[in-house]
Ligand binder design. Sequence first.
Ligand code: FEO
Length: 392
Amino acid sequence: MRQIRSNVYAVGAIDWDRRLFDELIPLPEGTTYNAYVIKGSEKTALLDTVDPKKTDTLLAAILSLGIDRIDYIVAHHAEQDHSGSIPDMLNLYPDAKVVANAKCKSMLMDLLHVEEDRFLTVEDGRTLSLGDKTLQFFDIPWVHWPETMGTYVQEDKILFPCDLFGAHLATSSLFVDDEPTVYEAAKRYYAQIMMPFRTVIRRNLRKLEALDIEVIAPSHGPAHDNPAFIMDAYRDWVSDDVKNEAVLAYVSMHESTRAIAEHLAEALMERGIKVRQFNLSVTDLGQLAIALVDAATIVLGSPTVLTGAHPKVAYGALVANALRPKTRFATIVGSFGWGGKMVEQLTGLMSNLKVELIDPVVTKGHPKEDDLSALDALADRILDKHREINVA
Ligand code: FEO
């Protein structure tokens, strides 16, 4: 039995083997689908379910608690890693109501074909009594879809924020017991899932800060009995503050772009700028996303292929553009043999980024002495820009 507080139980599943989420996001350390049972003196609630592949695990955990009735299934989020077992749970507990906000209800009807009469629709701030425990619901949109909601248990001071504050980390630990490991996993998770909604999350954080929270129990990874650890980390990540760092993401076909990337990396390091260099042919996109959380500058490096950027660099640009990091400056380096539109193409792929573009350096063939000087000058310009925003 995995108990968070008296009569509050973790009944989710650990997915040690999963390596990809949404067929996009690498999960090097697996994940968990957290669900919780809250037994009140009068009613019992299940908070979220699990990925449909793990329904049997959820059911076994519920049965092990000796529970034969569930009154409410609180759906914080319609994504199937949390909602996927709801149809099975509704079949097993025919009197249960799905508690959701209006948006989530509509999405669950579309995605899982839950019948409309099975819902109890709740609004932001509404409470629901289980007897000696009171659930209070808060809309916290865009963590990670528009319908996302959190639940606060007033008597126990536990916040269940679903995806927010989560970590894709398969672990048998119910609570955080290794902060550095969880910090890295939570930052990776933030970078890939939450970062595009940074400014909305900032507003959500302010809303949640008004609560007296002793435990944060997210829907992925371990629970936090030191809420300040994860809330402080989020305050930093969602802030507008960037660091004196450059992400240099490139691909090289015949060593020219590699020589350019390595020369520029060296020049930036000589100027005191921290460099995170990624060869996009072999990079874990999660690592690239983590680096983008803090960096002041992103540099893309590409050869010219079939008149455009190397497709792997274009993909990197597309991912960075979708993640919308708070990066302030961007530039492009690379090489060409006989012409092309590599720079224009990559610039067009980064239209979401609110960055100042620094003039690119593109060489014809392998970089020559004057090309290397141009790269040194580019490093100077990047340093100047970092100084202008007081990070160097
Ligand atoms: Fe963990 Fe957005 O689902």
